[in-house]
Ligand binder design. Structure first.
Ligand code: FAD
Length: 363
């Protein structure tokens, strides 16, 4: 089933695309419309479809340590739809916790975005690292992510503690600053203006995020809907980014061993005295965390259109990347089947086609 994606810190939902240029029978004038290039949505332009499972916990991600036999085990998992965004910051919190008073090599479980960021922070702190992982990029959930810097769908408001909110804000703040110094082609990160169907500015959790952040008048934008908010944020081309992160870990002397763990006992037998658990949704079985649920997201990827240099979120979303135009917008709780569903893919295409065909002025 296709559900609307929501793009505002887990609050509020995107409204349906209206596709019409009249409000309450009043015709509008669009003389001041700033033209943008529409996406050319057509089934013939589809280059691939993908589906992935967001590792979601209603009470938020887990960063905490425990004793596992002789070892210190630090968890860092459960970031829902915001794992790319929070990767550096959450891993910073985890390493601050785990590395205190430690000496000797360090093990990291998992090589998605969380495992790789944790491994890099461990190396930057001067420790040798080995990553044990069932799968490597490109075969991780992190590779499927759209890559918008925005902490979407990370927790359910009302089910988080004040302590978690402080952790969340600290993680977001560190990530926000860390990604900024990585912008460029090496890591596939760029800034884009982002338009959201909404009549209010973005809620601010930390200072300076997101910049610009204002509501546009209907006459100012080309979209076939009334209320639009604009803010600026960064977008990560996840395939390129994760490839580069793997290289960074290896260049700094890190080793990677392909291995799947079935029980904590197997982890307790590792030679390293400190272990970071970054196994994402894998933590549900491995550590019996029944609060962790999959939230499936499906994406249609169209042939790249370099002239499209903005992102859009409304009924679904569009992120333009060098490796293709991403159309997404499904949020399916407890769906374990990570394969694209033809009916949903068709709906993503038709919703976006109607929207982009309705532009009122074009570049
Ligand atoms: C469609 C979609 C769109 C998304 N868009 C965005 C976005 O725009 N912005 C954003 O910030 N986030 C987004 N996300 C969310 C993001 O992808 C996740 O939060 C993030 O990838 C989680 O990273 P991770 O490293 O914890 O998990 P993963 O990437 O799943 O990595 C887990 C690693 O652990 C390994 N592992 C698992 N179990 C075991 C085991 N038992 N033994 C050994 N190794 C194990 C796996 O092989 C893998 O290497 C999106 C997700 C989806 C599905």
């Amino acid at each position: 089933m296709l559900l609307l994606d929501r793009r505002a810190f887990g609050l509020g939902s995107a409204a349906l695309v209206s596709g019409c240029a009249t409000v309450g029978g009043r015709p509008r004038t669009f003389a001041s419309c700033t033209p943008l290039a529409p996406v050319n949505v057509d089934a013939s332009r589809v280059i691939r479809t993908v589906a992935g499972l967001r590792p979601y916990r209603r009470s938020g991600f887990v960063v905490r340590q425990e004793q596992l036999a002789e070892k210190r085990l630090v968890h860092n998992y459960g970031h829902g739809g915001g794992g790319i965004t929070l990767s550096w910051g959450s891993s910073k919190l985890a390493t601050e916790l785990g590395l205190q008073g430690h000496s000797g090599p360090v093990a990291v479980l998992g090589s998605g975005v969380m495992g790789l960021s944790t491994a890099r922070l461990v190396q930057e702190a001067g420790f040798a690292v080995i990553i044990y992982t069932a799968a490597l990029p490109p075969d991780t959930t992190s590779n499927i992510a759209g890559g918008q810097f925005h902490p979407f769908g990370v927790f359910h408001d009302g089910e988080v503690t004040a302590e978690f909110k402080t952790q969340f804000a600290r993680a977001l703040d560190y990530s926000w600053r860390r990604f900024q110094i990585m912008v460029g082609d090496d890591y596939g990160i760029r800034w884009l203006p982002t338009y959201v169907q909404s009549d209010s500015p973005e809620a601010q959790v930390i200072a300076n995020f997101p910049p610009i952040n204002r509501v546009l008048r209907a006459a100012e934008h080309p979209f076939p809907v009334d209320s639009i908010r604009r803010y600026d944020t960064m977008y990560v081309e996840t395939g390129r980014y994760l490839r580069q992160m793997v290289r960074d870990v290896q260049v700094a002397g890190g080793r990677i061993e392909v291995r799947r763990f079935a029980t904590p006992t197997e982890i307790a037998a590792l030679p390293e005295a400190l272990v970071f658990n970054c196994t994402g949704l894998g933590s549900r079985d491995l550590f019996n965390d029944q609060e962790l649920h999959p939230v499936r997201g499906q994406l249609v990827i169209l042939e790249p259109q370099p002239e499209v240099r903005y992102a859009y979120l409304g009924d679904g979303y569009m992120f333009p990347r060098a490796d293709g135009i991403l159309l997404g917008g499904t949020y399916e709780v407890d769906q374990w089947d990570a394969t694209p569903q033809p009916a949903d893919i068709e709906r993503l295409l038709s919703v976006h086609k109607r929207f982009f065909d309705g532009f009122r002025c074009t570049a």
